[in-house]
Design a protein around this ligand. Structure first.
Ligand SMILES: NC(=O)c1ccc[n+]([C@@H]2O[C@H](COP(=O)([O-])OP(=O)(O)OC[C@H]3O[C@@H](n4cnc5c(N)ncnc54)[C@H](OP(=O)(O)O)[C@@H]3O)[C@@H](O)[C@H]2O)c1
Length: 304
């Protein structure tokens, strides 16, 4: 597994998402996390709300049973969604970050992201929360999730030089709005609609790492597109291209994301160690320029 530097920390190009681990038996979770580490995946993405906190708690149970492994991991959590609304107040950010630390039994989060934009945000309050968490050694770096460029600019205007280093966004072979709009600029068709303020190019310009979430889902957690008859053309092309590289279609769906020069870090949500091994193998594959476009078009996307 290739690595890259995110805020000076060596991180795997693929991250393990922990949203679905809450109900796992300890032995299965043990196998999952150890498979990640054996495959070179050292980055784990959490949120205070996943499983109502249970995902961080069971991950903490694993760390308590394997105390030597914390130092081999990069740990990220998110906060800012509260009871069906959004809350970027200073008190909420600090309280949730501290609770994430307690649940996981760790001293420091490597990254803390603000989960979904709070339109009532006061950037100065966010800055105070970040300063306190950083000063006390509780969080090393900060980022956002589902934010557009101006929302990031607004936050950074109060952060006194502190940088937003990551932006987690929905992106997969079937959810490509942030690419479609750039390809269809100035056209009259629906794909030209710019829904995110050009977030892909903005993040590239600013050196912000995009972390695609739900890289195997179509719709909004509607289910995986791999093997789905509604995506027959995409699956046929995935079969064809993955065979060329001796990887599986599951792995190829991640190789496709990694091929984009934005150097994205996909957050995979599988809890299946076999799939993790498939993804890790394909993460070292570099498909060609033309194969990337063939796969893009096979998911039903058009070029003007
Ligand atoms: N920032 C945000 O707003 C946001 C939103 C959602 C998620 N996230 C993050 O993104 C991570 C990934 O999200 P996700 O779990 O929805 O992503 P995903 O990787 O797209 O989906 C994983 C789910 O698909 C299933 N699956 C079925 N066939 C699969 C195949 N061939 N390959 C891979 N998975 C297959 C997996 O089941 P098995 O376990 O049986 O493999 C698992 O239930 C989360 O854990 C979380 O950390 C962030």
């Amino acid at each position: 597994m290739k690595t890259f530097l995110l805020a000076g920390i060596e991180c795997s190009r693929v991250a393990q998402g922990c949203m679905r681990i809450g109900g796992m038996a300890p032995a299965d979770l043990d196998r999952l996390i150890k498979t990640d580490l054996e495959c070179g995946i050292n980055f784990f993405d959490h949120a205070d709300i996943y499983g109502g906190g249970s995902c961080e708690t069971v991950f903490g149970d694993f760390l308590r049973a394997n105390p030597g492994l914390r130092d081999k991991m990069v740990l990220q959590s998110k906060c800012g969604i509260r009871g069906g609304t959004y809350d970027f107040s200073k008190d909420h950010i600090i309280r949730e970050a501290e609770q994430s630390l307690t649940r996981m039994g760790i001293d420091t989060l490597d990254f803390l992201l603000l989960h979904r934009p709070d339109t009532l945000v006061e950037p100065e309050e966010v800055a105070e929360a970040f300063d306190k968490l950083s000063r006390e050694g509780k969080v090393k770096n900060f980022g956002v999730s589902n934010h557009n460029p101006y929302q990031i600019e607004l936050l950074e205007s109060a952060l006194g030089g502190r940088k937003i280093v990551a932006n987690q966004l929905q992106f997969s072979m079937t959810n490509t709005t942030m690419i479609d709009a750039g390809i269809h600029v100035n056209m009259e068709d629906g794909s030209a609609v710019n829904r995110d303020g050009g977030v892909l190019d903005y993040c590239r310009l600013k050196g912000i790492t995009i972390q695609p979430w739900s890289p195997f889902q179509y719709g909004f957690f509607a289910g995986p597109f791999i093997g789905n008859p509604d995506y027959a053309k995409l699956n046929a092309k995935l079969d064809e291209v993955s065979a060329r590289y001796d990887v599986t279609p599951t792995g190829m769906a991640i190789a496709w994301i990694l091929r984009h020069p934005a150097k994205m870090q996909p957050i995979i949500g599988t809890t299946n160690p076999d799939r993790i091994a498939q993804i890790a193998k394909a993460a070292d594959v570099t498909i060609t320029h033309d194969e990337w476009y063939e796969l893009y078009k096979s998911s039903g996307k058009t070029l003007p």
